[in-house]
Design a protein around this ligand. Structure first.
Ligand code: G5P
Ligand code: MG
Length: 226
């Protein structure tokens, strides 16, 4: 049976989860599952869940745990024979416990990025509302200023990315993430990375995954024993 590998990436808004996840998925051939992407997809499709979560996502508030687990866990069950990387899930202890009941993760990456760096990045972040594609005017600018590369539609800047709102989101992130980080630390699978530039953090993550994917794979998706 093929060796499977299950990983998750955690970090505050703007910490580079999406940017790093895409590099990991590309370099290590893992399926990339982003909770933010699934939420935006269900909002666009106006599914029952989408209607329910719209107001939370628009205000960058955490979607209730039972909605999140209902959205994420069935997809993971369907992928029980695949290796994957989760971006943005689990985000609370309750979500982490629900995931543990389904599957034991092999590795969790936690990004520690200074507040000032997050503030600078997010104040310069532009989003294509239809797809959730993000641009940064310095790091990955759109080909045409103010326009999405694929559709040519206008990009928007979120009110939630303004400094006052961001500070409160980050404080909330820390409070909610702490027990999740403690859980994965106690399981010995947490790896934290600090820095101000994704390009400098990436080689360390790349090297960690190169080692771990060859030494600690699991063959099946097994629930974690309490
Ligand atoms: P998301 O979609 O998970 P967030 O807010 O957690 O959204 P976001 O914005 O997607 O996180 P990120 O993925 O951590 O940020 O970072 P990124 O997009 O890669 O990089 C941020 C910006 O910085 C980009 O413009 C990028 O180009 C730039 N950048 C990256 N690296 C560098 C660098 O080195 N230098 C520079 N200059 N720039 C760089 O979740 C959305 C919403 O869905 C709900 C919540 O409402 C959430 O707000 N949600 C959940 N709710 C409950 N439980 C869950 N599990 C949920 N998951 C999502
Ligand atoms: Mg993201």
């Amino acid at each position: 049976m093929a060796k499977l590998f299950r990983a998750a990436i955690m970090g505050p808004p703007g910490s580079g989860k999406g940017t790093i996840s895409k590099r990991i998925a590309h370099s290590f051939d893992l399926l990339y599952l982003s909770s933010g992407h699934f939420l935006r997809e269900s909002i666009t499709a106006k599914t029952e869940a989408g209607v329910l979560v719209k107001s939370f996502v628009e205000r960058s508030l955490l979607v209730p745990d039972h909605v999140m687990t209902r959205l994420m866990l069935p997809r993971l069950e369907e992928l029980s024979g695949n290796s994957w990387l989760l971006d943005g899930f689990p985000r609370t202890l309750s979500q982490a416990q629900a995931l543990n009941n389904l599957c034991q993760l092999d590795l969790v990456i936690s990004l520690n990025i200074p507040y000032e760096t997050l503030r600078e990045r997010l104040s310069d972040r532009w989003i294509h509302p239809g797809s959730g594609r993000v641009y940064n005017m310095g790091f990955n600018p759109p080909r045409v200023q103010g326009k999405d590369d694929i559709t040519g539609e206008p990009l928007i800047h979120h009110d939630d990315d303004k400094p006052e709102a961001l500070m409160s989101r980050l404080r909330h992130y820390k409070d909610v993430a702490k027990p999740v980080i403690d859980l994965y630390k106690s399981q010995g699978i947490l790896h934290s990375f600090s820095g101000t530039e994704t390009d400098r953090i990436w080689p360390y993550i790349n090297s960690l995954l190169s080692t771990k994917m060859h030494t600690q794979p699991s063959d099946t998706c097994q629930p974690q024993m309490p």
